[in-house]
Design a protein around this ligand. Sequence first.
Ligand SMILES: C[S@@+](CC[C@H](N)C(=O)[O-])C[C@H]1O[C@@H](n2cnc3c(N)ncnc32)[C@H](O)[C@@H]1O
Length: 324
Amino acid sequence: MPGSAADRLARLADGYLVTQLLHVAVALGVPDALAAGPRSAPDLARELGAVPGPLHRVLRGLAAEEVLDELPDGRFGLSPVGELLRPGVPGSLQGTVAARGGLYYRPAAGLLAAVRDGGTPFELTEGRPFFDALAADPPRLAAFRASMADRSAREAGAVVAAYDVSGLASVVDVGGGPGVLLRAVRARVPSADVLLFDRPEVVAGSDLPAVGGDFFEQVPAGADAYLLSRVLHDWDDEAARQVLLTCRAAMRPDSVLLVVEAVLPERAADDPAAVRMDLHVLVLLSGRERTAGEYADLCEAAGLRLTRDVPTDAGVHVLEVRPA
Ligand SMILES: C[S@@+](CC[C@H](N)C(=O)[O-])C[C@H]1O[C@@H](n2cnc3c(N)ncnc32)[C@H](O)[C@@H]1O
């Protein structure tokens, strides 16, 4: 019966299908093909080079999840949810969907083994660490960058609205990925000297001033501010402490380090998005989300001091950290 516990559980169990329905739509370009208005499945199949029967069934599946609207004449259109699958629209989740349906999908099936016996699901299924695998595979690196850019686009405006960056003359974005947060800082303070720092294959071709390197070894020294957005959650305590130590070594006594992370709630229901992000890093990396107290302890172990915890409208917090 719809709405019953059994119905709810059955839909949860079919989550694997929903992830793939979304992935198929994005990979084929269905959202863009529907941007100008509703179309029939055979018409879409012709344009997208797909097999009409299976495509029609996938479109029906997406309509059942209210991602598409199924019209009385059988055509399909984008619902408000489906609109967010279009690339480039405000709030787009296209990159997010592509990463979950492709890059993250197979490793998630390694979760049981990792919970039973330990280890990182991604490494168990793919045979090497996450960032090394991306470096060797440009299409997967591009998919991960797109997912980071989607998320960061939702967070960056809220970060610079919540934390006053106006006095900063120089800013290094450590593990800055596509540099979305750094661009938001530069938009607020156009006079600031900004520098993106990430692995060489990630900064290659960036239109921002950029340096490639390894944040376990060294980061560029002497800036007013260092950003560490969604970096510490990728690593276990010892590795995260090492990243903080290299940042500490690069900082002047009056530099500030801005750690942008979700902060784990007391109870899962208080912030389900933070709990889901904790599961992504469990599947992909050795990291985890942390409570504010755990971040304070980590900073202390690296010669740093957590001085402020500033919540933002986007769920993430800005943890202001200074040399101890
Ligand atoms: C989860 S992403 C966060 C990206 C960005 N700061 C954001 O908020 O969207 C982590 C970043 O750390 C970078 N990274 C991983 N290992 C690194 C290393 N050893 N040295 C420098 N950057 C590294 C990755 O390439 C990736 O861009």
